[in-house]
Design a protein around this ligand. Structure first.
Ligand code: DC
Length: 665
């Protein structure tokens, strides 16, 4: 997952490949709650691991459920109608699928058994309405207190004492703000232990009805078959109680799939999606109808889908989003590639989601050049006549980030900046990694930042810090020469024999794994850093055939989203077209002091005069050597970091970097 403050996406030329989806958020959180309340153990496979499911898992643990990881599966031993813990404070992040059902379930349990639970979340969660659910629960006799703004979380449900539940009359609930209120009631009422049937009636229209079908199907898996009379009246059977189904497999997230279906439709494809079939339980699977209406070619089977580009540009459509609550959002990026304006209607509920999605989408799509008109419950999007590279805000909303990323497929070949990319962690932590794995960037569009400088100038530290800040790959080219030297030395090859060493360099069995480096299966992280290895490296790096043999490997590090390359000839030979080249120029005395401090930390004492002399001699040798001498690229920016800490150096380079990027302020 990218935790950087922004992520720059290179323009996408083509998309093709296979995605294995994370589990459905809606199904995962329902199944977690049902398994947590059921009698017996449920073995859940394919569960989503993300922020929204983590808060639900934490809540179940706090309530006394037993959760056990068994390989890829999670085994939950349910409470079987009991309430072992009578008070708890639950933090539910910004997960509506945790807040609403838990509020209802705990209101019922606390009222029946005696208990008091507080449910709180992020500031945005405290702006998301819950009044309709509370209005349905209070007539049952559930004591509920709003601890902040009336009608919104945080809440306290139960007052510690048991109270009778009044279930004789039909329970009425509104369904026009969120279907989650009805889902919450449906899932909670079997916990009331009623000997009589319990009736729920929906007041007025119900939005997002497909989600109710998921709720009913999953309740049935846990032994409670609700009689649904249309989507207006629901009857729970007398004596309803949850029993664990044994094992349960969570299908892939259909909303998450929509971005990759769209990607296939826009950027060529085929994009094959595994873990989700055409007859999936989730209503969002019907997004395939929209894609087909727009001209994309969709195929699929039991457990897979494949989408590729058909009509191009896509055919403009009008979509009534009510049947596709979350996936409908993905029409917004598709609309950027249509042959006319696309219209989304029936999206009033967007205003109370993770953010006001109508306003947010309108603002951000305008930044890339689209024409957007908005109303209380609709949006019309006209494709850009002229695309613009944009800094796209994401409003702590995973779906905003995932939708907006598709703007990187623009035909103008412009990069797009996604701010706060971490927000995809709500439902799809590896979203960007998955996107990069499926896509080919426009030729030469992956940005490169090179860092070079004399020995002990701190270039390695600076390069690593820059790569971490930008979320870019890191090429420590010195490590390749060090590894070559080590491999040649171990093979007994004379380091003066350029051709022989080059043969070793050409097939170096080297693997980078985070901080660790492996050579032919052995961990050489430490060995590579030794002074003695550096000495060997300086001997092999003078041979032109060795340098040539390492070129392809070095070029292969240039992958989306970008590269920071550190070392001698990065800006001059390997990446002459780099976006920004930085050359460090700290004075030799300052570098000697740094080297001394470094050695001291390792318990080695050295005289500053000796180190200074060594460094000056090394500089002279490095500058005068025939092959890849130490010299700044002509277009390099010089940074004297003698008096700068790493943070200040990073800030200076990032400032230069921003000036070279095409994003309007
Ligand atoms: O930066 P370093 O100390 O890890 O580099 C090890 C040796 O390899 C050093 O002698 C410089 C040389 N080198 C090179 O010739 N070209 C590079 N791109 C990187 C390092």
């Amino acid at each position: 997952m990218y935790s950087t403050s922004f992520l720059d996406l290179p323009p996408i030329a083509h998309a093709q490949g296979t995605v294995r989806l994370p589990g459905s958020k809606s199904i995962s959180n329902r199944v977690l709650l049902l398994a947590g309340m059921a009698a017996g153990a449920t073995r859940i496979e394919g569960l989503l691991e993300a922020d929204d499911t983590q808060v639900m898992r934490d809540a179940l643990l706090a309530l006394g459920c037993r959760l056990q990881q068994d390989g890829e599966a999670l085994v939950i031993e349910g409470l079987a109608g009991t309430l072992p813990v009578h008070t708890a404070e639950l933090f539910l992040g910004n997960a509506g699928t945790a807040m609403r059902p838990l509020a209802a379930a705990l209101a019922v349990l606390a009222t029946r058994h005696g208990g008091a639970f507080t449910l709180a979340g992020t500031p945005r969660m405290h702006e998301r309405p819950i009044a309709d659910l509370l209005a349905a629960l209070r007539p049952l006799g559930c004591p509920i207190a709003e601890l902040g703004t009336p009608g919104y979380p945080p809440l306290r449900v139960g007052d510690g004492a048991p109270h009778p539940l009044d279930l004789a009359r039909p329970i009425r609930v509104r369904g026009d703000v969120s279907s989650q209120f009805l889902t919450a009631l449906l899932m909670a009422l079997p916990l009331a232990g009623s000997a009589q049937p319990v009736v729920i009636e929906v007041d007025g229209p119900l939005i997002s009805a497909p989600y109710i079908d998921i709720t009913l199907a999953l309740m049935a898996r846990f032994g409670v078959s609700v009689e649904a009379q249309g989507h207006a009246r629901f009857v729970l059977p007398a004596g309803a109680r949850y029993t664990a189904p044994g094992r349960l497999h969570v299908e892939g997230d259909a909303s998450g799939a929509s971005y990759f279906m769209a990607l296939g439709a826009i950027a060529g494809g085929p994009v094959r999606i595994e873990g989700l079939g055409l007859n999936a339980l989730q209503g969002d699977i019907r997004f395939v109808d929209t894609l087909r209406a727009m001209g994309a070619i969709v195929e699929g089977g039991q457990d897979w889908l494949a989408v590729r580009r058909g009509a191009w540009p896509l055919r403009a459509v009008t979509l009534d989003a009510d049947r596709l609550p979350d996936a409908a959002m993905t029409l917004a990026p598709l609309a950027l590639f249509a042959d006319g304006p696309c219209r989304l209607t029936g999206i009033a509920s967007w205003r109370v989601k993770e953010t006001d999605r109508i306003a947010a989408m309108a603002t951000e799509l305008r930044k890339v050049g689209a024409g957007v008109a908005e109303g209380p419950d609709w949006l019309t999007i006209t494709p850009p006549r002229q695309w613009q590279a944009a800094r796209l805000a994401t409003y702590d909303d995973h779906r905003m980030a995932m939708c907006l990323a598709l703007a990187a497929c623009n035909p103008a070949g412009l990069p797009m900046r996604i701010e706060d990319p971490r927000c995809v962690g709500k439902t799809f932590p590896d979203y960007f990694e998955t996107l990069f794995a499926l896509t080919t960037p426009v030729a030469d569009s992956v940005p490169v930042l090179t860092v070079d400088g004399p020995t002990a100038s701190g270039k390695g530290t600076l390069a690593a810090a820059l790569a971490a800040t930008l979320g870019y790959h890191l090429l420590d080219s010195g490590a390749l020469y060090r590894a070559t030297a080590l491999a040649a030395h171990q093979a007994g090859v004379a380091l003066s024999d350029g051709e022989a060493v080059a043969r070793i360099a050409a097939t170096l069995p080297l693997r980078f794994d985070g901080e660790r480096v492996w050579l032919a299966g052995a961990d050489v992280t430490h060995a590579l850093r030794l002074e003695t290895t550096g000495e060997l490296a300086s001997q092999v790096s003078v041979h032109p055939p060795v340098r040539a043999a390492l070129t392809a490997l070095q070029l292969s590090f240039r992958r989306a989203p970008g590269l920071v390359a550190d070392g001698r000839d990065m800006g001059t030979v390997i990446f002459p077209g780099a976006t920004l080249k930085v050359f460090l120029t700290a004075g030799s005395r300052e570098r000697a002091l740094r080297r001394q401090a470094q050695l001291q930390a390792r318990g080695v004492h050295a005289r500053i005069e000796d180190l200074h002399a060594d460094i000056e001699a090394r500089d002279a040798r490095d500058r005068s050597r025939a092959s890849a001498p130490l010299k700044p690229a002509e277009d390099a920016l010089l940074l004297d970091n003698s008096a700068l800490g790493v943070t200040e150096s990073v800030a200076q380079v990032l400032d230069w970097w921003q000036q070279r990027r095409p994003f309007a302020a």
